[in-house]
Write a protein of this length. Sequence first.
Length: 94
Amino acid sequence: MTVTADAVFCYGMLLDPKGGWLRDEMLIGPGVVRGRRLDLSSGLADCPKDPEGVLHGAAWRADARELEYLDQIESAPHLYRRVAAEAEIAGTLI
């Protein structure tokens, strides 16, 4: 997961609509993070740096309260961590 001041880029299971915290009105759009790749080797989704990597996912609007909730359901910082990165959404970097 990558985070800006008002957006979060999600990949893997966080894109599952049954997860419950993502709502349609929060969707910014599908996109990619270049220089990172999806790694499932530990059994959990991770996004290590990879100069050739392209991580596919989607960006969502998220305020501080929603990010705190996401931290809880993802067991941060034990099972996941926030990573700052630029996401390309419809040709625009966010």
